[in-house]
Structures are given as C-alpha cells and as structure tokens.
Design a binder for this molecule. Structure first.
Ligand SMILES: *Cc1c(COP(=O)(O)O)cnc(C)c1O
Length: 220
C-alpha cells in the first residue's frame, strides 16, 4: 500500500503531465510507463482516470494486468517482443509499439485470431542507426509496413522511436521521424499514431508532432 503522502505526490506529478498535454489542445495521448512500478501505483492512477499503461516485459506485466482487471485499462507493450512471448503479448495487450520484424508480426497476428479486435501496432524505427537498439532501419520501413498491413489481425497505427541518450537534443530525430510518419500515412491511411517522447524530452517530441508520449520516471 502507498502512504497518503506517496499517493498525493504521484497524483500531483501525473496532473503536471496531464495539464502539459491539455495546454496543447489536448489531442495527444499520455501513455504511463508503469515498468518497475507496483500494481498499487497503477491503481492510484487508474482511479484518477488514466487508462493507457505501458510495460516492457511480459513476465513483469502479467500480474499487473490481472490485478487491474476491474478497471477498463488499455495495455501497451513497448519492450522487445521475444518470439516465445508473442502469443501472450498478442492475447493480453491492446497495442505493441516495438514491432520491427515480419516473423514477429506474423506470430502476433496468428495469436490474435480469437480476439474480436485487431492488435494495434506501431513499427519501431532505429532512426539514429544504433547497433544495439531494436527498431528497423528507415530504408526498410515501407517494406515491413506493407507486410504488417496485410496481417489479418493487426492494425498498423504508426511509428515509435527511442532516440539515443547520447545527444543533447533529440529535436532533429523527432522531426525526421515526423516526416517519415507523414510519408507512411500516404501509403497506409490507418496510420494515426506517432509514439515518441519520454520524461526528459516529451516537450521536444510534442513540438515535432508526437501524438503519444510515453512517461515513466517523470510521474513515478
Ligand atoms: C522506460 C521507457 C519509457 C519511459 O521513460 P522515462 O524516461 O521513464 O519517462 C518510454 N519508452 C520506453 C520504450 C521505455 O522503455
């Protein structure tokens, strides 16, 4: 259980991010990244009206998703999708932001067959060409997007990026992502989501056209 003090602090920081988004016409979505946080933390924000939460690992998310079953929450998977977890992820999450592989796309779609709604997916782009990072190279994006778009149980919603931490400003990266996203929208009308911006750089991301920001440490 959280103390009243912890609860108040959490709600205050959450309100700060909510109002930062509301000031910008309120059209962008706030995704609360609840990795490393307890089910109690999630419940406090769910009671305050937050619906969209994100997790990086199926092993960690499983219990939390079950614990919040009485709230109509929307779960977003933002970690690397391991092949052997694809079925669980497809069955229990509403969104996957970190798709970067056609075989994983096929596994996710197959595992979603019994669900009335398709799984919403964003393709992760490795726009700063980092070796260690997940995400597809920009040159390969449209090829993968065309394959994802024909999967019967996936709905291609957009793009996601995790910029390099090594640079002072991610503005140029966010702007490049935005123009890639606009091009993708021309080919795939289902695309309406640009998932970029975290606690440290969400304002820059919003300036560049993000439609969804992913906030963890800033709130918790
Ligand atoms: C942890 C994480 C976030 C949240 O980052 P903060 O700096 O804690 O706001 C956003 N996106 C991804 C993919 C993450 O892994």
């Amino acid at each position: 259980m959280l103390s009243q003090n912890d609860k108040d602090g959490l709600l205050k920081r959450y309100a700060h991010f909510k109002s930062a988004l509301d000031e910008r016409a309120g059209k962008q979505d706030l995704l609360v990244v609840s990795k490393n946080q307890s089910a109690d933390h999630i419940a406090v924000l769910a009671e305050a009206g937050q619906r969209a939460f994100a997790e990086n690992y199926w092993q960690e998310a499983e219990q939390k998703i079950q614990a919040q079953g009485h709230f109509p929450l929307q779960w977003h998977f933002i970690g690397r999708v391991q092949r052997n977890k694809a079925a669980k992820i497809a069955a229990h999450f509403d969104w996957v932001h970190s798709l970067d592989d056609d075989l994983i796309a096929q596994s996710l779609s197959r595992a979603r067959v019994d669900n009335a709604r398709p799984l919403n997916v964003c393709i992760q782009v490795n726009i700063s060409h980092e070796d260690q990072k997940g995400g597809i190279e920009p040159d390969d994006l449209f090829g993968l997007a065309d394959k994802v778009a024909v999967q019967p149980h996936l709905l291609l919603r957009g793009l996601m990026v995790i910029p390099s931490k090594a640079v002072l400003s991610n503005r140029a990266v966010f702007e490049d992502m935005h123009s890639l996203w606009v091009d993708l929208q021309q080919r795939h009308p289902s695309v309406d989501t640009l998932s970029m911006g975290m606690s440290a750089d969400y304002l820059e991301a919003l300036d560049a056209g993000a439609t969804m920001v992913r906030i963890g440490r800033g709130i918790f």
